[in-house]
Design a protein around this ligand. Structure first.
Ligand code: NDP
Ligand code: MG
Length: 380
């Protein structure tokens, strides 16, 4: 039996992780954590019998304790709850699937406790990769990508020598507004942006895909995961999302991983690496597919992607500013107080207003996030 803890068990990645657990039958779930969805959390506790459950809101945690009185589970709340789930004694692997920078502390605590990490929560690596990667090395744990592009790169690196890598090619669907003009994009409403052509995901990452900020975050995620220079990362729009990403070697050979868009594959691969397990998902049908197309990203209409390269180049605390500003702007777009095209504008202005801190510690990263959020709150 393998044992795992899932941070964000009620979300899109969390529930698909549990589908893998159901199908494979040899994974034990020792801890689950969520924000506020206690109805689903209760069902998960009854089905998977974790010893620890965490709910962000204390009042919800109290209600959950009442609901699961008959189960042998301890219910915690707040950051203490996330930390308890992340360091649950029995878990070998922590699936980091909360959304946003809230994942930084629990992921670092899990690594310190010697856990392997299956990482979906890219915001954590973007904002604190300089703290997380050395810690992974120091503790000798594995940090395995769940993000489909990074899983594809990881799979394409199997058996090759790292010195021969020339570049990584991150594919992007381009999102629902790939072919829209700037004028059309002025009118985008949350319900338009919440419709992703190829993937069904949580609302924050769906908006990030529509602005292509998601690809920007993934550029920084790739930089940390694969220890490559910014200049070695190319973003390529591929609307069919069949090639999940590629690696180019110094002899010109390109190796890619392809498949139907289904997050269960990268989740399962991260949980069982280096083994492949059977999976009952749909198979790629090249005859039906007909063709695959590619185009360069439009950095002008999708300015948020351009800004990611700038944030990565500035380094230090700037990626945390990029990420925090995006998190705040997406929230405001979803609640109707910001227009779609203002999202990159808010990120850009937040970056301009910031003086880079070189090599910031954890507290400085968290302070930077709070300061950016406050600055945005006072302006929009
Ligand atoms: P969802 O919004 O679907 O799920 C987020 C999860 O985090 C939920 O379980 C939510 O609980 C929980 N959560 C939110 N806030 C807190 C908190 N303060 N404390 C504890 N738990 C909290 O997001 P996704 O599953 O789509 O995405 C999760 C991460 O994975 C993101 O970083 C995303 O970028 C990344 N990712 C997602 C992909 C996808 O296909 N969905 C693909 C690649 C990466 P509750 O339900 O109670 O709100
Ligand atoms: Mg991705």
């Amino acid at each position: 039996m393998k044992s795992i803890a899932i941070l964000g068990s009620t979300g899109s990645i969390g529930t698909q992780t549990l589908e893998v657990v159901r199908e494979q039958k040899d994974i034990e779930v020792t801890a689950v954590a969520a924000g506020s969805n206690i109805e689903l959390l209760e069902r998960q506790i009854r089905e998977f019998k974790p010893g620890i459950a965490a709910v962000w809101e204390e009042e919800k945690a109290r209600q959950l304790r009442g609901k699961v009185r008959d189960c042998p589970v301890k219910v915690y709340s707040g950051m203490d709850g996330l930390l308890a789930a992340a360091t649950a004694k029995e878990a070998e692997t922590v699936v980091a699937a909360v959304v946003g920078m809230i994942g930084i502390r629990p992921v670092m605590a899990a690594i310190k406790a010697g856990k392997d990490i299956a990482l979906a929560n890219k915001e954590t690596l973007v904002a604190a990769g300089h703290l997380i990667m050395p810690l992974v090395k120091e503790k000798g744990v594995s940090l395995l990508p769940v993000d489909s592009e990074h899983s594809a790169i990881f799979q394409s690196l199997n058996g090759e020598q790292r010195e021969s890598l020339e570049k990584v090619i991150l594919t992007a669907s381009g999102g629902p507004f790939r072919t829209w003009t700037k004028a059309q994009m002025e009118t985008i409403q949350p319900e338009d942006a919440l419709k992703h052509p190829n993937w069904k995901m949580g609302s924050k990452i769906t908006i990030d895909s529509a602005t292509m900020v998601n690809k920007g975050l993934e550029v920084m995620e790739a930089k940390w995961l694969f220890d490559v220079e910014l200049e070695q990362i190319q973003v390529l729009v591929h609307p069919q999302s069949v090639i999940h990403s590629m690696v180019q070697y110094q002899d010109g050979a390109v190796i890619a991983q392809l498949g139907v868009p289904d997050m269960k594959l990268p989740i399962q691969y991260a949980l069982y690496y280096p083994h492949r397990r059977p999976m009952s998902a749909k198979r790629l049908d090249f005859g039906m597919l007909g063709q695959m197309t590619f185009e360069a990203p439009d950095f002008e209409r999708f300015y948020g992607l351009q800004l990611a390269f700038e944030a990565a180049k500035a380094g230090g605390s700037m990626p945390a500013v990029y990420n925090a500003a995006n998190e705040a702007a997406v929230q405001k777009f979803l609640n109707g107080s910001l227009a779609f095209l203002q999202i990159p504008e808010v990120i850009s202005m937040s970056m301009e207003a910031h003086t880079v801190i070189k090599n910031p510690g954890l507290e400085q990263v968290m302070e930077t996030e709070a300061a950016v959020r406050e600055w945005i709150e006072s302006r929009w």
